[in-house]
Every structure is written in C-alpha cells, then in structure tokens.
Ligand binder design. Structure first.
Ligand code: SIN
Length: 308
C-alpha cells in the first residue's frame, strides 16, 4: 500500500483511475491556507478525496468547504440545514411523515452545477448514516475520470468538438428524476427556472489545477452543442456520453459512516447509485463549492489561477 507524506497529511492513492484517502487531518479544526492549497493540488491530481473517521457539525462542514471557494445555495431551496442554506441534506429518511432530505439527489450521471453560469469546483459530502447490507455499503458514489476520457477520445472527435460549446440545463436532470417511479420532486416553479436559465460552456476545458484538457459534458445536464444541427449534435453527444462512462474510467467510493468525500467537478462526472431500499437509511450533508477561485463571472479563466 503506497502512502505519500506531505507536511500536512498523508495521501493513500487508490489503485484505480481516480481516488485517494487523506489521512491525518481533523476537518473540524480550522485548517491553514498551506494545507488547503495542498488539498487543492491533491484534488486536481486524484479527482476524488476521502477523509475517513471525521466528526463534524454543520458549521464545521461549512467552514471546511468554504476554504475552497464560495458556497452555492441550491436553486431547489429545500432540505437545507436550519439557518444554513449552504448545507443540503441528502437522505431517504422520513420522520413523522416528513422527508428529512432530498431522496434522489445525484442518482444519474452528471457534473454538479454545470447548469450554472459559475460552475462547481468541488462538492463536500459528510456521510452520517450509510446503508449496509450483509456488511457491504450501499448508495455508493461512482465517478468517471474526464482527464482520461478526453485523452482517449479518437482524434477525429477531438477535432470535431475543438472550440465548440454546449448548453446545459438544470431542468433536464430535474425532469428526468421527476419521471422516475415514486418521485416526490415537484415541478420546478417559474421562479426556480428563471433563477437557473440554460447556460453555455465549452465542451473541453483546460483544467485549472492540472493544466491538462478535460471533457466537460455530462448526460445529466448537457442538452445540445451550440449552433449545430440537432441530429448531428445528438449523435456527437451520445457518442461522448457512451465514451465517458466506460468502465476503465470509473472509480467507486465505498462509503463508511464518518467519511467526508470531496470531488473535483471539473475533472470528473459522478452518479449516486440508488441500490438501497426505503428502510435502508442514508443521511448525508452536502456543501457545493463554486469554481470562483478559477473563473471570472463571465466564465473566463482567472490568470494565474488563484490558489489562496
Ligand atoms: C451529488 O450528486 O451531489 C450526490 C452524490 C451522492 O449522494 O453520493
């Protein structure tokens, strides 16, 4: 087992395409800038970081997450920690007939906040209750590596998408989840739709940490390639989606209670696997960190990327 030591923490890389465990950090403490900068570097390198055996309250989760950038308040405006709208509850638990959280968050392939003008840098999830069956964790989160997906695209496809942008829409994922059997998601209100109109992003990005090219498209939110005939756009997008989901690009995080899991939304896409039953309880608190440290409001990259 490889362990890499840094002045602030140890890194145990997974043997897969993504993922590393960060050891020796207590996230309830106020971590210094140098430590956060080292974590940002690790996040760019490994895509998904997990911190086992943490014990956090919602303020500590918020303080840790906010070290990485501005926190998003989700447009759905529901299932938030009381008094802390930046903390969202993801859960299938129901108390006195009332759901405690959003039950189907992220249950299909997507990248968080690609529907937003300011995209997401990282999500920080704190696993408080994780379902287990026969000793095996359920509701695991699977990721795909968008550095590798871009690198392994056929040259002709790279050329086709070079310089192209695509439109992303919050409603696409919301409506797909609503169509699932048993969904309790209400239709989006006109005000919610207005708050998150469709936005355009380049199909490839220079990753602000690794400086390498990543594929920036995902089945959850990407609607069409801008300015392209609908049939051609659909054909290319479906090819990209099939390509990016290949098993060799995948890594699964097997949750344990007390894990904090964070991932780089610019270099990965993910899917929360819905393989547990209503009585198998999952309860997770989540902060979403916008990519404000890397991009200006108009989407142009900040130069040089700001690390502190
Ligand atoms: C998300 O997409 O932010 C949720 C992922 C998860 O619950 O595993």
């Amino acid at each position: 087992m490889t362990i890499l030591s840094t002045p602030h923490f140890d890194i145990q890389p997974s043997t897969h395409t993504l993922g590393a465990r960060i050891l020796g950090l207590d996230l309830s403490k106020d971590l210094g800038r140098d430590c956060i900068d080292a974590l940002i570097l690790a996040l760019g390198t490994y895509g998904v970081l997990s911190y086992p055996k943490q014990n956090l309250n919602a303020s500590e989760l918020t303080r840790f997450s906010a070290k990485f950038g501005e926190l998003e308040i989700n447009v759905a405006n529901s299932y938030q920690e009381p008094g802390m709208p930046q903390v969202m509850i993801l859960s299938n638990m129901v108390e006195n007939g009332k759901p405690l959280g959003i039950a189907d968050a992220g249950q299909d392939w997507h990248t968080d906040m690609s529907y937003s003008k300011m995209v997401a840098f990282t999500n920080v999830l704190y696993g408080i209750k994780i379902p287990f069956r026969n000793g095996v964790s359920l509701g695991n989160t699977v990721f795909c590596n968008m550095h590798q997906a871009y690198a392994e695209l056929p040259q002709t496809l790279k050329e086709k998408i070079q310089g192209q942008s695509a439109t992303h829409d919050f409603s696409k994922f919301w409506d797909k989840m609503r169509a699932e059997k048993g969904s309790t998601r209400p239709p989006l209100t006109p005000a919610q739709k207005l708050a998150k109109p469709p936005v355009s992003h380049p199909l490839t990005l220079r990753h602000p940490i690794t400086q390498k090219t990543v594929l920036y498209a995902n089945p959850g939110y990407t609607m069409h390639i801008d300015g392209m005939q609908a049939s051609e756009s659909e054909e290319i997008l479906q090819t990209l989606f099939a390509h990016q989901l290949q098993e060799r690009f995948q890594y699964k995080h097997h949750w344990q209670e007390g894990d904090v899991l964070m991932w780089d939304n610019l270099g990965t896409i993910h899917n929360a696997v819905a393989d547990y039953l209503p009585h198998e309880h999952r309860y997770i608190k989540r902060c979403q960190v916008m990519a404000t440290r890397f991009f200006n409001d108009d989407g142009s990259p900040k130069t040089p990327p700001i690390h502190s």
